[in-house]
Design a binder for this molecule. Sequence first.
Ligand code: NAD
Length: 481
Amino acid sequence: MSRYGLFIGGREVAARTGEAFPSVAPESGDVLGYAARAGLDDVNAAVEAARAAFAAWAGLPPGERERILLRCADAVETAAPRLLELVIDESGSTITKARYEVQYSAAVLRAAAGEARRLYGDTFPNDRPHRLSLVVREPLGVVAVISPFNAPLALLVKMIAFPLAAGNTVVAKPSEETPLVAIALARVLHQAGLPAGVFNVITGYGEECGAPLVKHPDARGVAFTGSTAVGARIAALAAPHMKRLQLELGGKNPLVVLRDVDVTQAAEVAAVGAFYHAGQICMSSARVIVEQPIARSFAEALARKAETLYLGDLRDARTAYGPLIHTRAVQKVHAHVQDARARGATLLCGGSIHHGNTYRPTVLFEPPRAGPAWCEETFGPVVSVVGAADLDEAIALANDSAYGLSAGVLTNDLRRGLTAARRIRAGSVHVGTHSFWSDALAPIGGYGMSGIGRSGGKYSVAHFTELKWMSIELGETPRPF
Ligand code: NAD
């Protein structure tokens, strides 16, 4: 059985305690390998390695950081066969989704490489005639990155690439469900020429190594992607140290369907929004709000589409999605469905396990607005469809959430579509399609309980750099006394 170490200072090492934990495949239940179980001493060693590497990395000419990150992108593509296997096995992704993760990761690294050259500063005129003002950007230092299980490669790469491009060094703590993908990535990037200590990975459990990492005084920035509950804990841990904090959290994202659409086509798009990766996507379209008079016919078309989804082998390109990450997730998803039914929702399809941890695509019609299926993140292949009398009511229902991550609007009427997009309170709104998309340069993040800050391109660079105002007196300093 393969053992994976912690990746600290360019070397793979065992945890100081010697402890390890199994990585279990959600589809087969097989143990894929053992990852080192990091504790406080390992956190300290990783942060020290990142701190030691910082000055040299930040001091490289931007063209050199750009060159290294471009090599990293190539290396990820070269390592695709191995990375694909791990993403499929460890996170229960289909081959299609795993391929997307690899391609996206390479694209993000290339986009980030360009950002290394774009740490723009500023000048501005001063009322003092001989004073020159300059604003420069400087990297923060060590950035702690804590990532979730659902897109274990793509999200980790997105979270590290831009802080690295800006001259920071990183200590990453991936989800305990997907530690092997992260160590495999570290190996690939190191072999591609990322200097020792610039990217370190510690694997283990949240309270044991994630929390000490967030609290470490030398980790000046924290990038967290995960659930809102853990995000709140991270914010509390970071607050006493005044850390630069970026939180990308959960969502209960609306897809607004206006009455002019072709119902069958709209249902096909909504099915992708709701069921891609079994709904284990932060931006999945979990609440579909349909303008009358087409709500019922749309919900039935969506259910018909759902029943055609093929749930087979993860390496078969026809397979729509795979298992939920573990049995606890299946239980939670089923509890949400049961609760909605008990409160009076109509179950149009699904509502049960297909096999193992794979849950059938489930469509609920008119669930009450109080239960978890409407209010809480289900993170499973469950979609609630409700009717709205008109555009105003559709927008009110879309905004009936503590979250505000992303949204979609399906219509052929651009004026009404853009009106909806402006009025929906979410970090991203896509008109003409479902609610999820991530682009390397886009500002990804949410309103309300969906997080703080934006990641991607120049937005990440701005977040993970300090602004310093410098001035130069070219004349005489005024002397009032
Ligand atoms: P999670 O919050 O359970 O765990 C995320 C990470 O936090 C893991 O690495 C975990 O080990 C760590 N962690 C847990 N407790 C911790 C603690 N006390 N201190 C420090 N670290 C701790 O999330 P998950 O189940 O892995 O992922 C699913 C969640 O992530 C969903 O809520 C989803 O919406 C969200 N997500 C958000 C985005 C986004 O861009 N907004 C993207 C993907 C996933």
